[in-house]
Design a protein around this ligand. Structure first.
Ligand code: SF4
Ligand code: SF4
Length: 107
């Protein structure tokens, strides 16, 4: 696993609305599968709230308040990991993946 996140959700909710475990799940899955296109589509759809019909919770929404760090039993540096997630999945092509995700999963 790239992040070490177990998905326990003790860090949630984030005051900025970041779907922390959702972001880490897709990032970790990408490093297992190596399938970048699938990861970018699922990142646009899942933390993006498109699948559950909710507001977005992308990694780039993190404001580095650090409130989540002490809640994490794995002592993960959540804000730094989210920066890496945003760098990987929120590049110039992110907008296009959001359009595709809405077509594939939108309600
Ligand atoms: S550091 Fe980022 S992810 Fe953690 S609670 Fe603050 S805004 Fe949310
Ligand atoms: S508390 Fe830590 S291990 Fe649990 S979901 Fe949040 S980041 Fe992952």
């Amino acid at each position: 696993m790239k992040t070490g996140c177990t998905g326990c959700r003790y860090c949630m909710p984030c005051p900025s609305g970041v779907d922390i475990p959702g972001c880490f799940e897709i990032y970790d899955n990408f490093y297992l599968s190596g399938n970048e296109k699938e990861a970018k589509l699922m990142y646009a759809a899942k933390p993006g709230g498109i699948i559950r019909g909710d507001v977005p919770g992308y990694a780039s929404q993190c404001v580095q308040c650090e409130q989540c760090i002490e809640k994490c039993p794995q002592h993960l540096d959540i804000p730094s990991l989210l920066e890496a997630v945003a760098e990987k999945f929120e590049g110039n092509d992110h907008k296009g993946w959001k359009v595709l995700a809405k077509k594939a999963f939108g309600k």
